[in-house]
Design a protein around this ligand. Structure first.
Ligand code: KG4
Ligand code: ZN
Length: 338
């Protein structure tokens, strides 16, 4: 069964064809990120206008790359939220139009759950039940998953999302946007133990808090290195101290993520941990997670790096599984903002 996935929750416009929920036949992703970069964050107005311009062409490409015809599609699965309202509406409206014209069912799926499903594409062999950690630009949550119809939230962020913290710290360090990959790259040149940053404790042990560490970085920078002045006078010193800040921040964030993930596995007596979302593309994080879960006798899974970012293959895959269980949406499908 060929499922067409459509994903437009943020700055990406993506369409994919997935066969039987597993085999990715095509996964076309375009992004308006280059335009947003100069503003230091995604501008919703620009994002959805670009998505309106590109969605038909991106879908066409996905169908062609899959080597099928549009009439072979048996289900249209679309991200219905959470995300930016205008962006979601572009994808949902387009998917409704396709479902009507092709006379095939429509299904709206949750963006966060589809990040988890990225681990099931291309026969990864993950078995249920498992604990899932989703770390993206908009969300940070732990789930207990028995199957995709029975998902229980174990904890989530009380303030900033994990990716958002990377983006904000990158901004403080004047690195650019999006911050995650830039912090990861710079951290390789820094000493992760040079500054003792840590994430705030939370009353509920499986919740997260990242706004305190972001503020700690801000005060550290204000107190210790006036970046503008140092840049002008001592470029070498500035480069190494910024790398130390980036590496120490990244280390503290990874530390809290792995500790809480292991705690969730312990609470739920589960020996499988599945990670997804944009921050899961971080290689340092992947390494530490593999190392620490192995010590605890837990199997840890990550999607391939390309499937950590927003993409429509995960939307098509999850849509297939939920449709098989009887889920279907009607033309009243609305955007879910959170
Ligand atoms: O899942 P995603 O593509 O979009 C959302 O659903 O939000 O995640 C985007 C987030 C951004 O905050 C970005 O800075 C972060 O993922 N990110 C990373 C890395 N690559 C992307 N964070 C840390 N290390 C990375 N290598
Ligand atoms: Zn995402």
């Amino acid at each position: 069964m060929y499922v067409l996935g459509i994903e437009t929750s943020c700055d990406e416009t993506s369409a994919a064809v997935v066969e039987d929920g597993r085999s990715v036949l095509s996964n076309v992703v375009t992004s308006s990120l280059a335009i947003h970069k100069k503003y230091g964050g995604v501008i919703p107005e620009i994002a959805f206008r670009k998505q309106l311009e590109t969605i038909a062409q991106v879908t066409d490409c996905a169908i062609k790359e899959a080597g099928i015809r549009l009439k072979d599609i048996k289900l249209v699965s679309v991200t219905s939220g959470p995300g930016l309202l205008g962006s979601l509406l572009v994808g949902i409206s387009f998917a409704k139009g396709l479902s009507l014209s092709l006379k095939v069912p429509l299904l709206g799926v949750d963006h966060i759950y589809s990040h988890i499903y990225a681990n099931f594409l291309n026969c990864s062999g993950v078995k249920m039940p498992f604990v899932a950690l989703v770390i993206s630009g908009g969300h940070t949550s732990l789930f207990n998953i028995k199957d995709f119809a029975r998902i229980k939230v174990l904890g989530s962020t009380q303030d900033d999302a994990c990716g958002e913290a990377f983006d904000k710290v990158a901004r403080i360090l004047q690195l650019g946007y999006p911050g995650g990959p830039l912090i990861e790259r710079l951290s390789k040149k820094g000493n992760p133990r040079s500054i003792r940053f840590s994430c705030s404790n939370t009353e509920k042990p499986l919740n997260f808090s990242f706004s305190g560490i972001k503020t700690a970085v801000l005060y550290y920078v204000k107190k210790n290195c006036d970046l503008q002045k140092k840049r002008a006078s001592n470029a070498e010193f500035e480069a190494s101290s910024t790398a130390d800040i980036a590496a120490s921040f990244q280390e503290a964030v990874i530390d809290t993520l792995i500790k809480k993930s292991l705690l969730a596995c312990k609470f739920k007596k589960v020996k499988r941990l599945v990670v997804g979302g944009g921050v899961a593309a971080n290689n340092k994080l992947r390494g530490i997670f593999h190392q620490e879960t192995a010590k605890a006798g837990i199997k840890c899974y990550f999607p391939p790096i390309a499937l950590c970012m927003d993409n429509a293959a995960m939307v098509a895959g999850l849509g297939y599984q939920l449709f098989k269980r009887g889920d279907v949406s009607d033309l009243g499908l609305a955007a879910q903002l959170d």
